[in-house]
Write a protein that binds this ligand. Structure first.
Ligand code: HSE
Length: 296
């Protein structure tokens, strides 16, 4: 049996659309076993316990690619990453499946090949790369190859995820984006990505409030999230360092000084006062990424 843990992720980090992502200390755990026949999937709703399961479908991609024919597959899923909330749950399922299949087949694939197969399934690398490697990862597509660089974030910050009680699919959230953007908007984002990476690198966290701003996706997606601008204003007022839409949303991510214990109390109180049902979760960067925890 093989046990694998995969962290949740927060992609884009504001201006780094489809490029930046960071891993968080919230995990999906997967157990894989080759059995004598059939498919057994446990730990998820019945509607997902079949051959359409994303973990299973991701395994099939690997088996197909490497020419391995398992007799049967057993998958047990212990998922803690909220689904369709912009916290990388699908990337975690894809990576779990790809890594699990690779392990069952005797680990013929390198990490780079795993990254490429998982990215091909997901469609973009910005959740997959940090989920695999941990930390903050910059990843770009060059033809169909993923070029990436893991980046050291200066210590002193934590992440507070404001997670609404409704889902937003990446497909729907991408559908509201314009097909083209202006030169002005491109410059707006290039300049902020540069400022963001430099301030995360040298600890100039006072610059984050400018650096996480975005003109490529947040202005369009913000409209899909009730109370988005009010919540942003409140978070700024009560002292977060920077605020962005996590991945395709609807989770709003606040970057907070790690010593600030008031922010969470204040934002919980505010969210309660406006009658929205939001879960507030304090998270830290995960530096390790996907881990094969046990093989026996
Ligand atoms: N970069 C992607 C997006 C992340 O914003 O659509 C979601 O998976």
């Amino acid at each position: 049996m093989i046990r694998i843990s995969v962290p949740g992720t927060s992609a884009n980090i504001g201006p780094g659309f489809d490029t930046l992502g960071l891993a968080l200390n919230i995990y999906n755990y997967f157990r894989f076993e080759e059995i004598s026949h059939g498919i057994e999937i446990t730990g998820c709703n019945k509607e997902f316990s079949n051959e359409n399961n994303l973990v299973y479908k991701s395994m099939l991609k690997v088996f197909d690619k490497i020419g391995y024919l398992p007799k049967g597959i057993k998958i047990d899923i212990d998922a803690n990453i909220p689904v369709s909330r912009g916290l990388g749950s699908s990337a975690a399922c894809i990576l779990g499946g790809v890594m699990g299949a690779n392990c069952l087949a005797g680990a013929p694939l390198s990490k780079e090949e795993i990254l490429e197969i998982a990215t091909e399934i997901e469609g973009h690398p910005d959740n997959i790369a940090p989920a695999l490697f941990g930390g903050l990862v910059i990843s770009i597509m060059e033809d169909s190859k993923v070029i990436y660089n893991k980046f050291d974030v200066y210590t002193g910050i934590k992440f507070v995820a404001l997670i609404p009680d409704y889902t937003l699919s990446t497909k729907d959230s991408r559908a509201v984006l314009p097909a083209t953007i202006s030169h002005k908007d491109a410059i707006y984002n290039i300049s902020r990505v540069s400022l963001l990476l430099s301030s995360l690198s040298n600890g100039r966290f006072d610059l984050l409030k400018y650096a996480v701003k975005d003109s490529l996706h947040q202005p369009y997606r913000g409209r899909l999230i009730s109370g988005f601008y009010d919540i942003i204003n409140k978070c700024e007022e009560i002292g977060c360092l920077g605020l962005y839409l996590s991945g395709a949303g609807p989770t709003i991510m606040a970057i907070v000084d790690e010593k600030d214990n008031d922010f969470i109390l204040k934002i919980k109180k505010y969210l309660k006062s406006i009658n929205y049902t939001w879960e507030v979760k304090e998270l830290r960067l995960d530096s390790y990424g996907t881990i094969i925890e046990e093989i026996n």
